[in-house]
Write a protein that binds this ligand. Structure first.
Ligand SMILES: C[S@@+](CC[C@H](N)C(=O)[O-])C[C@H]1O[C@@H](n2cnc3c(N)ncnc32)[C@H](O)[C@@H]1O
Length: 233
C-alpha cells in the first residue's frame, strides 16, 4: 500500500497568466456570447457571479457531450445559463437538455442567451425544486449525461434520482466536489460537510466507476457501469 506522503501532488497553482495561456492554447477562451454571459451575470448578480462554471470546465462539458455522442442530458442548476449553453452546443440538432432551477429571475437571463445562440430549441427549463423535476422523469435508463451543480445538501438526493436513469456507459458529472479544499477541513461549513458526505456516498456506489478531477472547484465524473462490468478500480 502506497503511503500518502509518497504521492506528490502534480497540480499547479494557476496564476492569471498561466490560466490565460491554458485557455488560449486549449482553445477554451470563452467566445463573445459566453464572455457576455460572464459579464452580464457579474453586472446583474455580483454576489453570486462566482457560481458560473469556469471556462475550462464549460469547454470540457461540450467536449464530453460530443465525445459520448450524448442526445439526452439533464442538468441540475441552470443559473444564468453558461453550463447549459456549453452542454447544448455539444448536442446534435435533435438532442435535448432538461435543465432545472428554482429562480425565474436568474434563468430569464439564461433563456435570452440560449435563444441568441440558436440552441434554445434544444433546452427545456423546468422551474421548481430539482428533486421534484427529477422524480417526474421517466424511471428507466434514458440519459446519456447528467450534470449536478446546485444546492450542495441536495447532491445525494439528485445522485439517487439520476443514477438509475443513466444508460449503461452514461456519465454523471458533479461539480464543486473539492469545495475550495474545505472538504478536508477539521470543521467544514455546512456546504463543505454536505459535499464530503456526498463524496463518500458516491465512492461507495457499486453502480458506477469514478474519477475526480482537480479542475476548477473539483469535478467528479461517474460512469454508469453496464451490467456485468466491474469497475477498473
Ligand atoms: C452553482 S449555480 C449553477 C451554475 C450554472 N451551472 C452555471 O454554469 O452558471 C446553482 C443553481 O442552483 C439553483 N438551485 C438551488 N437550489 C435548487 C433546487 N432545490 N432545485 C433546483 N435548483 C436549485 C440556484 O438557483 C442556482 O441557480
Amino acid at each position: 500500500m502506497l503511503r500518502n506522503d509518497t504521492l506528490t501532488p502534480r497540480n499547479l497553482t494557476l496564476t492569471p497568466e498561466l490560466h490565460g495561456y491554458l485557455l488560449d492554447q486549449g482553445r477554451m477562451t470563452p467566445d463573445p456570447l459566453l464572455a457576455e454571459v460572464i459579464e452580464r451575470t457579474g453586472a446583474a448578480i455580483p454576489d453570486q457571479a462566482h457560481m458560473v462554471v469556469a471556462p475550462e470546465e464549460g469547454a470540457l462539458l461540450t467536449f464530453l457531450v460530443r465525445l459520448l455522442g450524448a442526445r439526452r442530458i439533464v442538468e441540475v442548476g441552470t443559473f444564468t445559463g453558461y453550463s447549459s449553453l456549453c452542454l447544448a452546443r455539444g448536442l446534435p440538432a435533435d438532442g435535448s437538455l432538461i435543465t432545472c432551477d428554482v429562480s425565474a429571475e436568474w434563468t430569464a437571463l439564461a433563456q435570452d442567451f440560449w435563444a441568441r445562440d440558436g440552441v434554445g430549441d434544444r433546452i427545456e427549463l423546468r422551474l421548481g425544486p430539482a428533486l421534484d423535476t427529477l422524480r417526474a422523469l421517466p424511471a428507466e435508463p434514458h440519459l446519456d449525461l447528467a450534470f449536478i451543480d446546485a444546492d450542495k445538501p441536495g447532491y445525494i438526493g439528485y445522485w439517487e434520482e439520476l443514477v438509475p436513469r443513466l444508460r449503461p456507459g452514461a456519465l454523471l458529472l458533479v461539480d464543486n466536489t473539492l469545495f475550495s479544499g474545505e472538504v478536508i477541513a477539521e470543521q467544514p461549513g455546512e456546504k463543505a460537510a454536505a459535499i464530503r458526505e456526498f463524496n463518500a456516498h458516491a465512492r461507495r456506489d457499486p453502480r458506477v466507476e469514478l474519477v475526480m478531477l482537480p479542475i476548477a472547484d473539483g469535478l467528479t465524473l461517474a460512469r454508469r457501469l453496464p451490467s456485468g462490468e466491474s469497475p477498473v478500480r
